[in-house]
Design a protein around this ligand. Structure first.
Ligand code: SAH
Length: 381
């Protein structure tokens, strides 16, 4: 590596950029495991090599060790122990979060005994025969479904790809979160089927909402937020633009014996129409349209507009809960954008609380990119 650039690797940052590589020795094939050396030629770590990637080296370990099935089994066991301690009262969680769990390029979500994996790096693709047996041995799953259908893989020279890696992955995986039942569409749904990363926010909502309060779950998807609130005794309405999502959310209400309304509409149009009912809670969880920096302005605009349209529909003293699930849209910007909407509405707005993704989606301080989900719990004055 270039002199001075090795320090960040020693300090656990896992990505090496092209300009940070002083020279490549030997002729490693794309996807190979390589030894990373510092500017003095000393061992720095072992990583995955892909000259085509924006990050030609992704570090797997700072130890000089063998990257074999035992290595992956150990990583999986560590990850599992953290989830067993911190992802309680659910049988669905993120088991492995790529760099934040020291396995760059691999994401594994657990839906009870069915696993969904996403491979984001060429080297991790090549190592499938090494990590897959370790995963089967550590987790003893009924099925493993590979859902590497992200466009981002093209940057790594990998086409989007889906495949059953083991067993017979179901279309919908039944899960129980906080005692509520859901059918997670693991094969075709958003993300890997369920918004596992919103679990603690749903619990916080359930802990704070009062019986009889009105809750608008905008962008409701599977209706998960809405159903937590319904179980707490609130009158809920979930809105989503995709008819299938609305149907699934309504089916979830039925499965759990809960009363909840779901409607199919475009959030921007729905909020712009005059409304009779005012809400005690409006939840805004728009999709991650800012995966890249250049899209940041469009997410900012969307958040401003949604907050601007929501404020008149919110009761005085009501809560506006705004999530942004993109690293490119940081917390200060989320707060500032919602503040601008409140100022444009000449409305007092408090920020009561801020929450982040739960520990099964670990946010590694030394890898800032891993902190992606933030939620502001605002209150209208
Ligand atoms: N809060 C959800 C996840 C939301 S995902 C949960 O915890 O499970 C984002 C959802 O927004 C998707 O279901 C998508 O169909 C919906 N969506 C996208 N654009 C929309 C729009 N303009 N209006 C309403 N819903 C929209």
């Amino acid at each position: 590596m270039q002199g001075g650039r090795d320090k960040k690797i020693r300090h656990f940052y896992p990505w090496v950029q092209r300009g940070e590589i002083a020279s490549v020795q030997g002729n490693p094939t794309p996807g190979a495991l390589i030894h990373l050396l510092d500017s003095g030629g000393e061992f720095l770590g072992i990583g995955l090599y892909n000259p085509q990637s924006r990050f030609p080296v992704r570090v797997l370990t700072l130890q000089d060790e063998l990257i074999d099935s035992a290595f992956f089994a150990s990583r999986f066991r560590n990850a599992l122990a953290i989830r067993e301690r911190w992802a309680r009262d659910t049988n669905a969680y993120r088991l492995l979060f790529s760099e934040a769990d020291q396995v760059s390029g691999l994401i594994i979500d657990r839906y009870d005994r069915h696993l969904t994996v996403q491979v984001r790096a060429l080297g991790m693709e090549r190592l499938k025969p090494v990590w897959l047996p370790a995963l089967l041995e550590t987790l003893d799953p009924l099925s493993v479904w590979e859902r590497s259908d992200m466009e981002g893989r093209r940057e790594e020279g990998l086409p989007p790809h889906t495949e059953a890696l083991f067993g017979d992955p179901p279309e919908d995986a039944p899960i129980i979160e906080s005692g509520l039942q859901f059918l997670a569409p693991t094969r075709s749904g958003l993300k890997t089927g369920f918004y596992l990363d919103q679990r603690e926010n749903r619990r916080l909502l359930a802990a704070q909402v009062l019986p009889g309060e009105t809750v608008l779950d905008m962008f409701c998807y599977t209706g998960a937020f809405a159903l937590y609130a319904a179980r707490a005794g609130a009158n809920v309405l979930g809105v989503d633009i995709v008819p299938d999502h609305v149907e699934r959310a309504a089916a979830h209400a039925g499965m759990n014996g809960l009363e909840a309304q779901f409607e199919y509409a475009n959030a921007f149009e729905w909020l712009a129409e005059p409304r009779d009912t005012l809400y005690d809670w409006i939840l805004l969880d728009p999709p991650a349209i800012a995966k890249e920096r250049k899209q940041r302005d469009s997410l900012k605009w969307a958040v401003w507009k949604l907050a601007y349209l929501s404020l008149p529909v919110l009761k005085p003293g009501g809560r506006l809960v705004v999530s942004a699930c993109s690293y490119q849209f940081p917390l200060n910007e989320l707060i500032e954008t919602v503040r601008m909407a409140a100022s444009d509405r000449e409305t007092l707005l408090y920020l009561d609380q801020v929450t982040f993704q739960p520990p099964d989606h670990p946010a590694l301080t030394q890898f800032p990119e891993s902190l992606y989900l933030k939620t502001g719990w605002f209150r209208k004055g």
